[in-house]
Design a protein around this ligand. Structure first.
Ligand code: IPM
Ligand code: MN
Length: 359
């Protein structure tokens, strides 16, 4: 299987490096072989090619079986605007791969309950999957622009969704709900936005026609933000649009104590894109203190998608083992309570335990 690795910027290369090493040792034991190819994305691609996501990289991605992406962006490229921003490169590859469904699972393990910003009793039982629409909505809507004289400028984006765009991502959410707790909460702003009124109508109709065995509820996004911090355990699958999903998934991610834990898989096209939810964290890049868990769990999601469930489960078992043993990177370390380790040490322990659990 061909895997394209796009380490990107900041801590991206450090965590991607650990992901590749992990796949190499597990694949060797399992007798599967991965051919890794590496290229630039985001700021590093601006430096190398003058383009945050050249067509040649997109072509490699399309020719691969899966794409692992670290993170993009950083102060070095902050003066860039429009299509030259590192983030635009990320949006381009998502769009080009057609990965319209972004899956962001948030489960709070018992070992980390006391790392949560919420009280342990508030967090208990939290296990949700955010299904975020990824290739439409206000991120991509036209028209968009900025015009007028300085001092009297006008700027606008457009939030729009078509029926098929809503339907296909809703189908992903309902399908996941059947494999999980059987409940979907669709989050919108239908009390204000017409685009949300269509969203709600389409989700309701699809539910009635094809997924009436799944429980469907609707929630306004402002209430959902509150419910996520008041009683996160009420959610099973959250289905929402691109912008609301971006915001809610960061809030959900931190329930477990650190953004450094949350993986994601972007699917729906021929090739999946797997990236941690966290950013490039330029302030801590190169210091060996980044948490590799989100990247490793994203890699596990890729293995699931490529029907390598044993490797996926081994990685997850490795992560659980390292956390249960009290190993923590700087983001989660608590003096006197846990053992502080580097990115490499954390990943190394995860690999050992993963290898031991691999049958
Ligand atoms: C994410 C990120 C991206 C997004 C940025 C980097 C473009 O925040 O994956 O959540 O907004 O989608
Ligand atoms: Mn985000």
């Amino acid at each position: 299987m061909k895997i394209l690795v796009l380490p990107g910027d900041g801590i991206g290369p450090e965590v991607c490096n650990e992901a590749v090493k992990t796949l190499e040792v597990l694949a060797a034991k399992k007798g599967v072989s991965f051919a890794f190819e590496e290229d630039h994305a985001g700021g590093s691609a601006i430096d190398a090619y003058g383009d945050p996501m050249p067509d040649a990289v997109i072509a490699k991605a399309k020719a691969s079986d899966g794409v692992l992406l670290g993170a993009v962006g950083g102060p070095k490229w902050d003066h860039h605007t429009g299509a030259m921003r590192p983030e635009s490169g990320l949006l381009k590859i998502r769009k080009e791969l057609g990965v319209f469904a972004n899956l962001r699972p948030v489960a709070v393990s018992a070992a980390l309950a006391d790392a949560s910003p919420l009280r342990p009793e508030a967090i208990a039982g939290t296990d949700m999957l955010v299904v975020r629409e990824l290739t439409g909505g206000i991120y991509f809507g036209e028209p968009r622009g900025r015009s007028g004289e300085p001092g009297a400028e006008d700027a606008f984006n457009t939030m729009r969704y078509t029926t098929p765009e809503i339907e296909r991502v809703a189908r992903v959410a309902f399908t996941w709900a059947r494999r999980r707790g059987g409940r979907v909460c669709s989050v919108d702003k239908a009390n204000v936005l017409v685009v949300s009124q269509l969203w709600r109508d389409v989700v309701t109709k699809l539910h009635k026609e094809e997924f009436s065995d799944v429980e469907l509820t609707h929630m306004y996004v402002d209430n959902a933000a509150m419910q996520l911090v008041v009683r996160p355990s009420q959610f099973d699958v959250i289905l929402t649009g691109n912008l609301f999903g971006d915001i809610l998934s960061d809030a959900a991610a931190t329930l477990g104590g650190s953004l450094g834990l949350l993986p994601s898989a972007s699917v729906g096209g021929n090739v999946g894109l797997f990236e941690p939810v966290h950013g490039s964290a330029p302030d801590i890049a190169g210091q060996g203190i980044a948490n590799p868990v989100a990247m490793l769990l994203s890699t596990a999601m890729m293995m699931d998608e490529l029907e390598q469930g044993d490797i996926a489960n081994a990685i997850r078992a490795g992560v659980d083992a390292a956390l249960n043993e009290g190993l923590r990177t700087a983001d989660l370390h608590r003096e006197g309570k846990t053992t502080r380790v580097s990115t490499q040490e954390m990943a190394e322990r995860i690999r050992e335990a993963a290898l031991a659990s691999l049958v």
